[in-house]
Design a protein around this ligand. Structure first.
Ligand SMILES: NC(=O)c1ccc[n+]([C@@H]2O[C@H](COP(=O)([O-])OP(=O)(O)OC[C@H]3O[C@@H](n4cnc5c(N)ncnc54)[C@H](OP(=O)(O)O)[C@@H]3O)[C@@H](O)[C@H]2O)c1
Length: 322
């Protein structure tokens, strides 16, 4: 990939897409093409085909998707499946037909079976059913990833897919309906501090383990993969570091300056007790994550406070394993 190669980042205003654009610019890439949702609705096949015919991007990173927390996913599986199938099929096929040199599809660790052995290796995909609460989203992601693999094998074209671990970072959603666990906990501790609450209740036992990757690291991995990976096999993108929900909570409590207690509620679900990716494949290629969880959360905390301060919404994401 040359510094002036034409690179289209789909979903460039999203949490991951915006980090990818910043990283491309920082690495000196000068020819980045973007369209907002308003300018190009990726669910509209004819518009997507026209865009590719006119712009002729050489490289594509697909970070556009309908993404949400456990509540939105479990209440609206039809939308999560339909919209994501539409976006990815339109993008992948238009890129294929218009001669794109390399296409990177961002899928999700939600694709792995609910009962997957841990850590999750790429070969465990499709060995069982995904978690029911995000099944519509997961099935769409499986199809997108598989479509890239089929094009890669059938036509020898470099259509690849990456499976990021749970992501967080600047640009994260603080909408109670859509937020993931880290922004939800940040909001929760800020709210407790503001209200002078003596304790914060954490759903579950706090012993479940998760892996989180900062969006800056996903961005660097995406560029690394475009430069160094061509296989039809999807590839995990994580940090290799796991943290318990209690450790995460204590870290966020410290960062927000909340001084009350954390109390667990073991009657509420933990979700899977351990859910982390096996990142051997990408590590062996020479990539590694750079942003520590603590530094990444401090950065996100500043973003949250500058971005809009406190909301008085209620979030529902405790125990969320997406
Ligand atoms: N966040 C995570 O923890 C995580 C983890 C693993 C993988 N991923 C994957 O990474 C990708 C990006 O996720 P994200 O967290 O960055 O999501 P996000 O912040 O919600 O961003 C998604 C982007 O897609 C755009 N989009 C949605 N529907 C569109 C449409 N019909 N036409 C055009 N643009 C559309 C959105 O624009 P509007 O907002 O204007 O609609 C938004 O800019 C997704 O594929 C996701 O599956 C995310």
């Amino acid at each position: 990939m040359d510094k002036d190669s034409k690179i289209y980042v789909a979903g460039h205003r999203g949490m991951v897409g915006s980090a990818i654009v910043r990283e491309l610019e920082q690495q000196g890439y000068t020819n980045i093409v973007t369209r907002t949702h308003g300018e190009l609705d990726l669910c509209r096949q004819a518009d997507v085909e026209r865009f590719f015919a006119e712009e002729k991007p050489e490289y594509v990173i697909d970070a556009a998707a309908l993404v949400g927390g456990i509540k939105a996913n479990s209440e609206r599986p039809a939308e999560f499946m339909y919209v994501n199938m539409q976006i990815q099929q339109n993008l992948i096929w238009a890129a294929f037909e218009s001669g794109v040199k390399k296409f990177l599809f961002l899928s999700s660790a939600c694709m792995y079976p609910k009962e997957c052995p841990q850590p999750m290796k790429e070969e465990y995909l499709l060995t069982g059913l995904p978690e029911v609460t995000n099944e519509g989203y997961a099935l769409a992601k499986i199809c997108g990833s598989r479509l890239c693999s089929y094009i890669n094998r059938e036509y020898g074209r470099e259509f690849i897919s990456a499976i990021p671990a749970n992501s967080y970072g600047i640009g994260d959603s603080f909408d109670p309906e859509h937020s993931h666990v880290i922004p939800a906990l940040l909001m929760k501790y800020h709210r407790a501090k503001q209200n002078g609450d003596k304790k914060v209740v954490l759903w579950g036992t706090g012993t479940a383990k998760r892996e989180f990757i900062n969006n800056r690291d996903i961005a660097s991995a995406c560029i690394f993969l475009l430069e160094n990976y061509s296989s039809a096999e999807p590839i995990n993108v994580g940090t290799g570091e796991e943290v318990t929900i209690m450790e995460l909570s204590q870290m966020i409590k410290r960062i927000t300056g909340y001084e009350g207690d954390i109390v667990t509620d073991p009657t509420k679900p933990d979700g899977m007790m351990r859910r982390i990716c096996d990142n051997s494949r990408i590590f062996e290629l020479g990539w590694k994550a750079e942003v520590s969880l603590e530094d990444g959360i401090k950065e996100l905390d500043k973003f949250y406070l500058n971005f809009g301060g406190l909301t008085n919404g209620k979030n529902d994401v405790e125990g969320c394993n997406t």
